[in-house]
Design a protein around this ligand. Structure first.
Ligand SMILES: NC(=O)C1=CN([C@@H]2O[C@H](COP(=O)(O)OP(=O)(O)OC[C@H]3O[C@@H](n4cnc5c(N)ncnc54)[C@H](OP(=O)(O)O)[C@@H]3O)[C@@H](O)[C@H]2O)C=CC1
Ligand SMILES: O=C1O[C@H](COP(=O)(O)O)[C@@H](O)[C@H](O)[C@H]1O
Length: 620
């Protein structure tokens, strides 16, 4: 069916069509090639301007039916919480009102319509029917507005949320339901086709969004939330997901309150925890112990949104389902691997948070290390979450801990370009003027196992650099006895194959090969075998948060970090972080918008490596 598709969503149909025998969206499937995209054009989407393009869409998203087929909405996780009767709608609400916690207080918190619903007969929960309630804790914040609500809407748009769902925003700020709706409606984008109005879907979605104001450490406030949730759940089997989009110092308070006062007796309770998960091994262990006082490991979903990115998700497919790659994936053929992250903006607006963490904790210890683990792990026994996470833990535990000699740190300074003055890191009012927090770091890591012995895994991450890009670059060894080596001059490195996995922006996978330039002579050049996603696939790539939220609702933990994985990740970085702090290592300054400190080149050269992203000629 031909329709008009507004940016930025892909359809859940993509991941849940076909292969009905698989038990999850991760069963794997092949899709026929899609028609090429028409050039994006601007269209109005309700009151918002969005990019639209035409593509084929399925009239009915199997994502919804898939969710309903599965038992994921049934209580699948043993709950640690006090039990309440919820066998019928009336007993559920009666419990909320009669448990002595403060009936009046709870009633005061309800809107007139909610109170009426509580006192009158509730819609009877159909036998076997269940609901999912998603509470965004910290709903007034940046991440909630920028990522979480838009991702939830995208899931709703695709039919990936269950029939009965409720979304609650929770924060200290005072807001009405309508004010929350106004706040989030400006951030929602959707597809348009001629049959369905985008505004309709936005309205329907917003009608399921509510707000409750409360303190993060108040069980009474969470009890009020519980009463409101019960009204909306209408006596059905209740499953609840809490997304902790708040500073980490209040994670444990919220886990306590949510578990003691807002957990359903029968359905599941899951809690998504945002990074940072601590500052080092000790604080991370404390956080884990604190959370585990109130939640079991199965209930904790530690999110690293890079694991939800399309090309990171594709890493395993590339490796394990293509004969041409896996045999090359070792020290025998790979010279070095590079994990590169750059942003062309500084810490604007987040300086207060960032100064306490720095780029090593903000990007390397989590996002880049997660990509490295997926890249370098041994083949897992299966695609099950535990099998994959077991392999990630193994490879992380085979890595050497980092020390000062393995790292270069930098910090951006102000720079004037084209008459515009770009601020330095310490110009931010929320950053101390003498801060030595790194906004850039380059590191050399090693995996001491049979597959990777001696291969440098280099990482480079920086803010306020010349571009925004995340890539994995795999540089292969020289061709032994290369018959054509005379054609390459003296720089053999320039002639080796390189596989580039461009995670963002403009997703692509390309392999640099040597090729004969057509003609009667014998001249070679370097060309790319190029899989450029925008040319190959017509569907928009879903945002990482969509995939991860859907996984959390489905109980799929493969892309979330297990506690032993977290411990292993901190063990690699903690010694270095301590040395940097103890010795007060001063970062090398680099101008805003540059390619970062020169020291990064020396570090790479020490291991006989050249950064792959320094080739300005590279065009893809
Ligand atoms: N923003 C981003 O791009 C990213 C954020 N994260 C992580 O996600 C989480 C949320 O991020 P973000 O939305 O930026 O955070 P915010 O600083 O915007 O905080 C979210 C909400 O928490 C409440 N809050 C803020 N500071 C405090 C405090 N000191 N004590 C109690 N409550 C507080 C505020 O709500 P109120 O005052 O209404 O209660 C605020 O709206 C954090 O853990 C962050 O590290 C991770 C990746 C990216
Ligand atoms: O977790 C974080 O990630 C963002 C970068 O995410 P991206 O998806 O936009 O690449 C980074 O800006 C931020 O500092 C960090 O906390």
């Amino acid at each position: 069916m031909e329709g008009s598709l507004c940016s930025y969503r892909s359809s859940c149909t993509q991941s849940s069509t076909a292969l009905p025998k698989t038990s999850s969206r991760y069963g794997g499937l092949f899709e026929p090639a899609k028609p090429k995209l028409e050039l994006p054009r601007r269209r109005r989407c309700g009151s918002m301007e969005v990019k639209c393009f035409r593509t084929s869409i399925s009239p009915k998203s199997p994502c919804r039916s898939k969710l309903h087929r599965r038992s994921v909405f049934a209580a699948s996780v043993p709950t640690l919480f006090s039990s309440e009767s919820s066998s019928s709608s009336n007993s559920a609400t009666a419990t909320a009102l009669q448990d002595g916690v403060a009936t009046k207080q709870i009633k005061d918190a309800l809107s007139p319509s909610e109170e009426a619903a509580l006192e009158g007969p509730l819609p009877s929960g159909g036998e076997g029917e269940s609901t999912v309630s998603i509470t965004v804790v910290g709903a007034s914040g940046d991440l909630a507005k920028k990522k979480i609500f838009p991702a939830l809407f995208a899931l709703f748009y695709e039919g990936c949320l269950p029939k009965h769902f409720t979304i609650f925003g929770y924060a200290r700020s005072k807001m009405t339901d309508q004010e929350l709706r106004n706040l989030i409606s400006g951030t929602l984008t959707c597809r348009i086709d001629q049959r369905e109005s985008c505004d309709d879907k936005i309205d329907k979605f917003l009608k399921n969004c509510f707000y409750h104001s409360g303190q993060y450490n108040s069980e009474a406030d969470f009890k009020q939330l519980d009463a409101k949730l019960k009204v909306h759940e209408g006596g059905r089997l209740a499953n609840r997901l809490f997304y902790l989009s708040i500073p980490p110092n209040i994670f444990i308070d919220v886990a306590r309150c949510a578990s003691r006062s807002s957990s359903p007796a029968k359905g599941w309770t899951r809690v998504i925890v945002e990074k940072p998960f601590g500052r080092d091994s000790e604080s991370s262990a404390e956080l884990t112990t604190g959370l585990k006082q109130f939640l079991s490991e199965e209930q904790i979903y530690r999110i690293d949104h890079y694991l939800g990115k399309e090309l990171v998700e594709n890493l395993s497919v590339l490796r394990f389902s293509n004969l041409v790659f896996e045999p090359l994936w070792s020290r025998q053929y790979i010279r070095n691997v590079q994990f590169l992250f750059s942003e062309d903006f500084g810490t604007e607006g987040r300086g207060g948070y960032f100064d306490n963490y720095g780029i090593i904790r903000d990007i390397m210890q989590n996002h880049l290390l997660q990509m490295l683990a997926l890249f370098a792990m041994e083949p897992p026994v299966s695609l099950d979450a535990e099998d994959i996470r077991n392999e990630k833990v193994k490879v992380l535990r085979s890595m050497r801990a980092l020390h000062l000699e393995d790292i270069v740190v930098g910090q951006y300074k102000s720079h004037v370009r084209g008459g515009v003055k770009y601020p330095g890191y310490t110009d931010d009012k929320t950053v101390p003027s003498n801060s030595i927090t790194p906004t850039f770091a380059a590191a050399a890591l090693f995996i001491d196992n049979a597959r990777w012995d001696g291969v440098p895994f280099l990482m480079k991450a920086g803010k306020a650099l010349h571009n925004r890009r995340t890539e994995i670059r795999v540089q292969f060894r020289h061709v032994p006895g290369n018959l054509y080596k005379r054609s390459f001059g003296t720089d053999l490195d320039q002639a080796t194959n390189e596989l580039v996995i461009r995670v963002q922006p403009d997703e692509a996978i390309y392999l640099k090969i040597n090729n004969k330039i057509p003609g009667l002579g014998m001249r070679l050049d370097r060309s790319n075998l190029n899989l450029h996603y925008a040319d190959r696939y017509s569907r928009e790539i879903p945002d990482a948060y969509e995939r991860l939220l859907l996984d959390a609702v489905e109980g799929e933990r493969r892309l979330f970090i297990r506690s032993d994985e977290l411990d292993a990740a901190w063990a690699i970085f903690t010694p270095l972080l301590k040395e940097l702090e103890l010795r007060k290592v001063a970062p090398e300054l680099y101008p805003y918008g540059s390619r970062g400190p020169v020291g990064a080149h020396y570090l790479a050269a020490k291991y006989n490596v050249r950064w792959g992203d320094m080739n300005v000629e590279e065009k893809v």
